[in-house]
Ligand binder design. Sequence first.
Ligand code: FEO
Length: 166
Amino acid sequence: MLTKKVEKALNKQVELEANASQFYLAMASWAETKGLEGVSSFFYRHSDEEREHMLKLIKYINERGGHAIVPSLPKPPKVFDCLSHVFQDLLDHEVMVSKEINTVVDICLKDKDYTTHNFMQWYVAEQIEEEALARHILDKLKLIGDDKGGLYLFDRDIMSMNPAKN
Ligand code: FEO
């Protein structure tokens, strides 16, 4: 059985994952309208991953006797300045999500909920990868700068990059 504090923290995490999914979906759509097929498919996949993260939490909360709440979401941006900003937004968002996951882990320890603490370790590991990938992509974009040929190749290469392992 979840304590009220842990249940509330997990439900907040549901909202963050749903929000990330929505945000990345907006990025995918923007990239698609710019003809950036690789980038858009990367973000469509990423959006799906975030939805999976959300579902995993929903199922866990309900399994442990809590009630997972489906959140309403703020409208994500429609347009983005440029690719570097999009990936900077991605990194900033993931850093924020990592911080929030640490908060959930902290609450689990305080409430002596070692089962949820264990469940959350998957998210801790996932965040390390997601942040590393966003940083790696940003470094590539810095190298490319305004080189159109480089951007063309970047868009092709990102097709094969997985936002997350599972
Ligand atoms: Fe599920 Fe990218 O945080």
